[in-house]
Design a protein around this ligand. Structure first.
Ligand SMILES: [Zn+2]
Length: 96
């Protein structure tokens, strides 16, 4: 007897990657957050306070976001190169 799978569509919250502009489920993206002190960091939990932007867990997308300045526009803050480098390292760690 075939057990029918109900075709109920579960609503998965989607966010747009600021690098490649793809829409993906939140869980496949990583949040970059600017906390109230102006610190930029990766937010693996998605629960840090502050203004956030979403990006794929890929350094290629981070590079795109940097080039297009979309991350800066999204967080409305100037982001120095060293912060991008730090984020890139953190992304790499996360992939492993
Ligand atoms: Zn992306």
């Amino acid at each position: 007897m075939a057990n029918e799978v109900s075709p109920r569509v579960r609503k998965i919250p989607e966010r747009q990657c600021i690098g490649c502009s793809a829409h993906r489920p939140k869980s496949e993206l990583i949040r970059i957050v600017r906390d109230p002190n102006g610190e930029i960091s990766l937010d693996a939990t998605g629960k840090k306070p502050g203004r956030g932007a979403y990006i794929c867990k890929a350094s290629a997308c981070l590079a795109k976001a940097k080039k297009s300045r979309r991350l800066e526009k999204n967080l409305s803050v100037r982001i120095p190169d060293e912060v991008y480098e730090r984020l890139e390292r953190e992304l790499d760690c996360d992939e492993r």
